[in-house]
Design a protein around this ligand. Structure first.
Ligand SMILES: [Zn+2]
Length: 280
């Protein structure tokens, strides 16, 4: 996929599972399980799927999955499997982790930024030591406060070493990313100041859904997660994004969908549906 002057490829960082009920909030199981069936413990399969962009003299990663620093109990709880190391993931592109120039983190929940850091000889370091990590300041402040409803998902070993090693460039709102043809959309329904990169292109604009549309089943505005801090806000933010997505023919890239990496959408009456699925 070419978009905004970048060659764009998806990276599957690994697999994990989350409770299907938590993923679909008030949606009845007999509806959501038709889209993504659950196992005997009501868990549904999830991908940790990120993006790699190469162009304009930059090599950029967007979100990094769970990483593999967690202990066995944690890995078992979330059925974390098939985690790729940074060097394994980048070998496909003939690159090493040192060559990554930029990392955009949508938000600091463990399944999005766990791969930001790696353990080496009892210490934790940035996994991409020469990269600038672009993180929203308000999301950061919220994460380190330890006071928000989603505080259990913020594990400091995934992001404090980035600060200690001077790798963070804080972003402040929508127009604050110094990367060609990439703007940011901000949502706060799921978590405070989540940033979603939008790769701007006349033909193939790519929108990085992160956790506002974690899977293609979440396209329906009212299908929001019980994990979301503010469900009503998520519904409103999703409607606005969907209207723009249809109008500008966005490619929606899903971080967690077990099967569908990306799609375009169309509006039918008041509802939004997949018009074309894509993979790249
Ligand atoms: Zn999240």
């Amino acid at each position: 996929m070419i978009s905004g002057g970048y060659k764009i490829s998806s990276i599957e960082w690994g697999d994990f599972k989350l409770d299907g009920g938590a993923m679909f909030g008030v949606v009845p199981k007999n509806l959501w399980s038709q889209k993504i069936p659950s196992d005997e413990q009501n868990m549904i399969p999830m991908k940790a799927r990120g993006l790699f962009l190469e162009g304009h003299n930059r090599k950029i990663l967007i979100d990094l999955g769970t990483g593999s620093k967690d202990n066995d109990n944690f890995k078992k709880r979330f059925a974390i499997k098939n985690v790729k190391s940074p060097s394994e993931a980048l070998k496909t592109f003939g690159l090493s982790p040192e060559e990554i120039t930029d990392v955009i983190i949508t938000h600091l929940h463990f399944d999005h930024c766990g791969g930001s850091t790696i353990d080496f000889k009892g210490k934790t370091y940035p996994a991409f030591k020469n990269a600038k990590y672009h993180i929203q300041k308000k999301q950061w402040d919220n994460a380190i406060s330890g006071k928000s409803r989603d505080s259990a998902s913020f594990l400091t070993q995934n992001f404090l070493p980035l600060f200690e090693n001077g790798n963070i460039v804080f972003t402040d709102g929508e127009n604050d990313l110094d990367l060609k043809n990439i703007s940011l959309k901000i949502t706060s329904g799921h978590t405070f100041f989540q940033q979603h990169p939008l790769i701007e292109d006349n033909i193939n604009p790519v929108f990085y859904c992160g956790d506002i549309f974690p899977t293609s089943a979440h396209i329906s505005p009212k299908w929001v997660m019980a994990y979301d801090n503010h469900a009503e806000k998520s519904v409103e933010e999703k409607r606005q994004l969907l209207e723009q997505a249809v109008k500008e023919n966005w490619i929606m890239f899903f971080e967690h969908d077990p099967l569908i990496a990306a799609c375009r959408i169309e509006k039918k009456g008041r509802s939004f549906e997949i018009s074309e699925t894509l993979s790249f």
